[in-house]
Write a protein that binds this ligand. Sequence first.
Ligand code: PGA
Length: 258
Amino acid sequence: MKKRIVAGNWKMHKTSREAEDLVKEVLEKLDTVDLKKHNNHVVFAPPFVYLQNLGKLLQGMTNISLAAQNCHSEPKGAFTGETAVQMLKDVGCEYVIVGHSERRSYFKESDAFLKQKTDAVLAAGLTPIFCCGEMLNDRKNGTQQSVIREQLEQSLFHLEKAEMQRVVIAYEPVWAIGTGMTASPEQAQEMHAFIRNTIEEVYDHNTAHHLTILYGGSCNAQNAASLFSNADVDGGLIGGASLVADSFVEIIKANSAQ
Ligand code: PGA
């Protein structure tokens, strides 16, 4: 069964105390939700400094995991301020977000660098949540599909089939992130189907149809169900709405109702 995931990308928010409280509140409110039934997973991606503490809190839980928002591609060395994948694994991370549009734009991360990061995450046995997404201008020009294809090609399509089967893709149109301008369910489905078909063309049917493709960009408790009910949308990567337990839990419930 294909994995359905709701991942909360907290970005640069919360104090240590608030971080712990938020996770505890979400877990409490999820008590009645049977995540295992439909292979549903919940992922928390807090800022780095809270990973160790939250890793202890989540240890041993089924279908609830920890993610890092970023990593470096090298295993160790003189990279001041950076964090290696093995370190993330050490503190309990199972996932790493790779190529978020904020990393691509503010930190100038190239497709080539994201390729190396993806390799590093896979080599450590963790799951990359690989983000792709077009800018508003690309959509206005009608070039959104070629932009996405290029991003996948540059950073993922060197992978062997067995590696590709371990990747999660998050489609996040840049114009929808943090703007309140969500992609319509039709726009999301169209792009997700395009991504799946592209994977099928490059790899095979089985790989494409087991691939988890998340939607991200102003997804919230109100619109989650209509986005997630699409055949090719397997959950979401949630920013703002993951910072409040009630809305995050509603989104998780919308995902497990599919
Ligand atoms: P948003 O962010 O839900 O606040 O739009 C999504 C993301 O950046 O992953």
